[in-house]
Design a protein around this ligand. Structure first.
Ligand code: SF4
Length: 300
C-alpha cells in the first residue's frame, strides 16, 4: 500500500544525505523510512551520532527544535507546521518569567515538551525518564518544575525537594478513567499495565510499572513470562511495540494525539524534496536553550 512512496523517500534520502527520525507515536508506516525510532531525547541523541546534512523530524515542533539545538550545523525539517503539542502550549515565556519572579532563587527544570523560548529561561531540561535525577542533582531545596503537573506530582512523591508546579498537562494522557482501566484489566487477566508518568496519579495503583516510552520497551524485554501488556500512553506506541515484540499482545488504553498524526509519508516526501519547513531559532534564545539541554545531558 505504501511501497511506492516509501521507495521514493528512501531514494531521496540517499540523494540528499538526509536522516529521518521518527517518534514512537508516529503512524507505523513511517517507521519503514526512519533511521531511528524512539522518544524525543533518544532521537536528539541519535541525531548527534548520525552523519547527514539534513534531519527530517517525524514528530512535533518542540522535538524538531531540540534536534536543531543539539545539531546546529544541520538543516532540521518538520514535515507539517500543524504538528504542535498541547502540553507545550500550556506554558509561555511570559508566564514562566512571572513564576520565576516569585521564586528568584529556585532553579527551573522544564520538560522536553516546551518551546525553545521556554527552555531558554530554564536551568535544565528533563525527560520523563530522567526528571527525578535532574531534580535531585540540584543543591537547592526548592525547584520550579514545568509544565506537566502530573509528571511534577510523580517526581514530588519520590523526592524531598519542594517542587513548584505549573498547571500544564497532556489531554491524551488524562482521558483514561480508573473505572475503564479496572474494566480493561479484568478483561485481560494476567496482563501488565504500563503507564506513562504524564498520567494522573489516581491511575497509578492499577499499574505494574510507571515509565516513559523507552522504559516500556525495557520492561517488556525484562518480563518474558508476560504475554499481554496494557499500554497507557498515546496509542501509536502500540504500533511500535508490535513491531519490536511481534509475539506479544498489546492493548492501547489511551487515544490518539492529533498533533503526532499530522505527519504522513506524503508530507515527509514533500518536506524532503522541497526542504521545508526548516526549523530556525532566534539567536538570543539559541544559546540559553541549548545550555538547558546540555545541562540535562551533564546531570543525567
Ligand atoms: S501526546 Fe500529549 S504531550 Fe505528546 S505531543 Fe501529543 S499533546 Fe504533546
Amino acid at each position: 500500500m505504501f511501497s511506492e512512496i516509501i521507495s521514493k523517500i528512501l531514494h531521496l534520502k540517499k540523494q540528499k544525505n538526509a536522516i529521518i527520525l521518527a517518534h514512537n507515536y508516529m503512524r507505523p508506516e513511517i517507521f519503514e523510512v526512519a533511521d531511528a525510532v524512539g522518544d524525543s531525547f533518544e532521537l536528539s541523541k541519535s541525531a548527534q551520532e548520525m552523519k547527514g546534512d539534513i534531519i527530517v523530524f517525524a514528530g512535533v515542533h518542540f522535538m524538531a527544535e531540540s534536534a536543531k539545538l543539539l545539531n546546529p550545523s544541520k538543516k532540521v525539517l518538520l514535515p507539517s507546521l500543524a504538528a504542535g503539542c498541547f502540553m507545550a502550549d500550556t506554558i509561555t515565556a511570559e508566564g514562566l518569567l512571572r513564576l520565576k519572579k516569585k521564586y528568584p532563587n529556585a532553579p527551573v527544570v522544564v520538560y522536553m515538551n516546551t518551546s525553545a523560548e521556554v527552555k531558554a529561561l530554564s536551568t535544565a531540561t528533563c525527560t520523563s525518564s530522567n526528571a527525578l535525577k535532574i531534580v535531585e542533582s540540584f543543591a537547592e531545596d526548592t525547584i520550579i518544575f514545568a509544565p506537566d503537573k502530573h509528571l511534577c506530582e510523580f517526581v514530588q512523591d519520590r523526592t524531598h525537594k519542594k517542587l513548584i508546579p505549573w498547571a500544564g498537562f497532556c489531554h491524551v494522557h488524562t482521558q483514561l478513567s480508573p473505572a475503564f482501566l479496572q474494566k480493561t484489566k479484568e478483561k485481560y487477566p494476567g496482563a501488565h499495565v504500563l503507564l506513562h508518568p504524564e498520567s494522573p496519579k489516581r491511575l497509578f495503583p492499577f499499574a505494574e510499572h510507571i515509565c516513559g516510552t523507552g522504559g516500556m520497551s525495557q520492561y517488556i524485554q525484562n518480563h518474558p513470562e508476560v504475554d499481554t501488556f496494557l499500554i497507557g500512553t498515546e496509542e501509536g506506541m502500540v504500533g511500535r511495540l508490535k513491531r519490536d515484540f511481534p509475539e506479544k499482545t498489546f492493548v492501547a488504553l489511551m487515544g490518539t494525539c492529533i498533533n503526532m498524526k499530522q505527519i504522513t509519508l506524503d508530507n515527509i516526501f514533500r518536506s524532503l524534496s522541497q526542504e521545508k519547513y526548516e526549523i530556525t531559532i532566534r539567536d538570543e534564545i539559541f544559546v540559553p536553550a541549548q545550555k538547558s539541554l546540555e545541562e540535562m545531558m551533564k546531570r543525567s
